[in-house]
Design a protein around this ligand. Sequence first.
Ligand SMILES: NC(=O)C1=CN([C@@H]2O[C@H](COP(=O)(O)OP(=O)(O)OC[C@H]3O[C@@H](n4cnc5c(N)ncnc54)[C@H](OP(=O)(O)O)[C@@H]3O)[C@@H](O)[C@H]2O)C=CC1
Ligand SMILES: Cc1cn([C@H]2C[C@H](O)[C@@H](COP(=O)(O)OP(=O)(O)O[C@H]3O[C@@H](C)C(=O)[C@@H](O)[C@H]3O)O2)c(=O)[nH]c1=O
Length: 288
Amino acid sequence: MKILIVGGEGQLGSSLSALSETTEFAEFEITTINQLDLSKEENIKNYLTATHFDYIINCSAYTAVDKAETDKQTARLINALAPQWLARYAFEKGAGIIHISTDYVFDGTGNLPLTPEMPAHPDTVYGETKLEGELLVAQENSKHIIIRTSWLYSPYGNNFVKTMLAQASKKTEVKVVYDQVGTPTLAADLAAAILQILEQVKQKPSLFVPGIYHYSNLGVCSWFDFAQMIFRFSSLPVEVHPVRSSAYITAAHRPPYSVMDTYKIRHQFNLEIPYWTDSLKKCLKELS
Ligand SMILES: NC(=O)C1=CN([C@@H]2O[C@H](COP(=O)(O)OP(=O)(O)OC[C@H]3O[C@@H](n4cnc5c(N)ncnc54)[C@H](OP(=O)(O)O)[C@@H]3O)[C@@H](O)[C@H]2O)C=CC1
Ligand SMILES: Cc1cn([C@H]2C[C@H](O)[C@@H](COP(=O)(O)OP(=O)(O)O[C@H]3O[C@@H](C)C(=O)[C@@H](O)[C@H]3O)O2)c(=O)[nH]c1=O
């Protein structure tokens, strides 16, 4: 099996790239923006037409949630149109696509874990463009798996864990919202799950059931709880003050409740998902 990874320098792309070095069931080709800039259909068409692959994993995205509010055109280009083109030219070659989406496709007004079947209503430009990307991928390529994940972090790139650790070198106190609840996800866990899915599909192609799946680590917390655990597990003397979202103004309105129900992906692919604090400890160990 040959797997083409695009957006290979982001958090998930780097985690997959690291795993690919010890993975034997597949060959990998990994591209960054330097080899394949996804902002033009022509680039995607030329690259995909000239490359042999069985599955493409799209790790690219426009993930600056607040910036997207005033830069919808770029967010839509990378989050909706580029995935459409990737799905289209993969389909022309008979290849499948694994596309990644987000809990922010939900407005978070409910209070029950979100299943893939529940209707999505994004409340941000980022979420809106990601939802459009999901629809376009599904429309262009019947061999698609769309995995929504949440609160991704890793030793790579930008994320909440690294922001908190950076705060610790400048401050002794931070204010963090306690009224937005979800589940953090270690990018390496998601990367491992994606490769487990493809390895199983290689052995048993009928396991590839197209559709939307939810993957996060197990458990539930607020950003406040997340920050507390980051400092506690790192033994950093930072006091975390819980604040309401109304006291921490951001351009984008994040979902108050975006806990995802991971039953479908766990059962379809027989996956064991780690509990969020166990994965956080692993990441902090790597970072230190
Ligand atoms: N980060 C999070 O908290 C969450 C992310 N997700 C989703 O998970 C997936 C992976 O996210 P994550 O790894 O955090 O994302 P990152 O922001 O870490 O990485 C995205 C990558 O996309 C690349 N990219 C952007 N524009 C282009 C372009 N024109 N051509 C080629 N590459 C481009 C970026 O390159 P460069 O850096 O050079 O711009 C970057 O390497 C995305 O689909 C995201 O929406 C879902 C839930 C949570
Ligand atoms: C840095 C910081 C953030 N916050 C709040 C702001 C926000 O409501 C929440 C999360 O902050 P961030 O802006 O770091 O995270 P955010 O960019 O909203 O993270 C999201 O990224 C996209 C890409 C996704 O797909 C989502 O799943 C989610 O991970 O915490 C504080 O309360 N205090 C702080 O010091």
